[in-house]
Design a protein around this ligand. Structure first.
Ligand code: FAD
Length: 439
């Protein structure tokens, strides 16, 4: 399974690089020596190239976060979002270079000044005004996604602003076909580029909009019960139809819309804390902010819409038949569901970490699941100095940990420290699976 995922990840990378190569090739094919030698030829050619590559990377970024099920399962949303972020600054930089270089190139060609040429481009070239608005939107999205800026705003504000990326994609497309040297008079490249653009928009419409809406109507989930599991931690049990048809693995999460005033428009990710038991499924939430806190007051009967399942933190990620599960705090939710979903032949060791015993969530359920499969359970309770989780401590608990696939979920600092300890103990990186609760 792990090998299959690796293969899919490699295939996706290869296709992305081939797409980039084809984009550069299409641009190169439309250049002639004569055009390059003419005044402003080099600037114009570079401007076309940077514009096309920037637009291609934009499409790639949208596909990465397009919730394509095959990518979600193979790579996991956190990794896809990481790649999306890594590419992030490039399209803006390239499209800015495109605007500057094309303006300079055309100005040289027309023997005029850049400002005068900019005015001509905006007034006389088809769809350039729309493309300029698209660029301004992209800059706004880029600036608000910059780590420091993002930290200062509410997640929901950032998310709403991010939706303007789709508007930018639509506004920029007509000028690419109408003004791009690679497309004007080249029907084949027009078809190829339009097909890529349509596929990108199609992925968004199908997987980010259509499928979640269809699933929500099909499963018709409603809240049936809200119960306190530990101080500030609540389980929400929903009932729905056909839940056996949800192709969900232990460790996966959904984005949840609870259809009440003030919450219906927000989608927040919460992992299932147990495998669905039709007609019921359960999430367990710690009150960390406005949304999670308000879930404690949900009334039975509240309608629920879902997007998902998402995530690669599943039994399929492992390559070994021995597994170590490590959870702290509310991080136990996906770990508890994973424990239930691992095949019976898998040898399991579980480490639960909490400062106080009353903070251990699902202790009884974990004890019973571990006992059923004759696994080992270690409860590490107390403050960090008294109960360390460094390399020596982990090796003394689970001496064969290097040979196990390890799944870690907990607060970011805890997870990072565990991952470093596992690496120091010699666990290969590909056997460490980590679910972060923040994107
Ligand atoms: C894959 C995944 C699975 C998760 N599973 C669980 C779970 O089972 N139980 C649980 O209690 N928590 C879980 N979380 C965390 C949970 O989504 C956040 O705590 C919750 O969204 C916080 O929202 P808030 O308005 O209450 O708090 P805020 O104060 O708005 O946010 C607190 C933190 O959560 C982040 N956050 C807020 N909204 C979102 C969002 N829509 N998407 C991603 N991050 C967001 C913020 O950036 C901030 O770091 C999970 C998160 C992820 C990414």
């Amino acid at each position: 399974m792990a090998r299959h995922r690796h293969g899919l990840a490699t295939l996706f990378l290869v296709l992305s690089v081939l797409g980039l190569g084809a984009t550069i090739g299409v641009d190169g094919a439309s250049e002639s020596r004569g055009a390059l030698a003419a005044p402003g030829g080099v600037e114009t050619a570079l401007g076309q190239l940077t514009g096309l590559v920037g637009a291609y990377l934009m499409m790639l970024m949208v596909v990465l976060t397009g919730r394509l099920p095959v990518l979600e399962r193979a790579l996991g949303q956190d990794r896809l979002v990481r790649w999306h972020r890594r590419i992030g600054g490039w399209p803006i930089l390239l499209i800015a270079s495109h605007a500057v270089l094309v303006t300079l190139g055309y100005a040289k060609m027309d023997r005029t000044g850049p400002m005068h040429q900019l005015g001509t481009l905006l007034r006389s070239y088809p769809d350039v005004v729309a493309a300029t608005v698209a660029f301004a939107l992209l800059v706004m999205v880029g600036v608000t996604s910059y780590r420091r800026a993002r930290r200062r705003m509410r997640y929901e504000t950032w998310w709403l602003l991010h939706l303007y990326t789709y508007l930018a994609l639509c506004l920029a497309f007509p000028h690419q076909l109408a003004d791009g040297q690679s497309f004007v008079g080249h029907p084949l490249t027009r078809i190829w580029w339009s097909a890529m653009w349509a596929a990108t928009v199609g992925i968004v419409l199908v997987y980010r909009v259509g499928l979640p809406v269809w699933r929500s109507f099909y499963h018709r989930l409603r809240v049936v019960e809200v119960s306190e599991e530990a101080p500030g931690v609540f389980s929400i049990i929903c009932a729905g139809h056909h839940l056996q048809r949800l192709n969900v693995s232990g460790g996966q999460f959904f984005s949840w819309h609870f259809m009440t005033r003030g919450l219906w428009w927000q989608a927040h990710p919460y992992s299932l804390s147990a495998l669905p038991r039709p007609p019921h499924m359960r999430v367990t939430v710690k009150d960390l902010g406005d949304h999670s806190r308000s879930l404690a007051d949900l009334r039975p009967g509240t309608l629920v819409a879902i997007q998902g399942p998402y995530g690669a933190f599943t039994p399929e990620a492992r390559s070994q038949n021995r597994v170590l599960l490590i959870a702290a705090g509310v991080g136990v939710t996906p770990i508890r569901a994973l424990l239930e979903d691992l095949p019976p032949e898998v040898d399991v060791a579980v480490v639960l970490r909490a400062s106080k015993s009353e903070d251990l969530i699902f202790r009884d359920e974990v004890v019973s699941l571990v006992a059923q499969r004759r696994g080992q359970l270690f409860e590490l309770i107390g403050d960090r100095s008294a109960v360390p989780t460094d390399t020596a401590a982990l090796v003394s608990l689970v001496p064969d940990l290097r040979g196990r696939d390890t799944y870690v979920c907990g607060p970011e600092g805890f997870s990072q420290q565990i991952v470093s300890s596992l690496r120091a103990a010699g666990t290969p990186a590909e056997r460490i699976h980590h679910e972060g609760f923040t994107f």
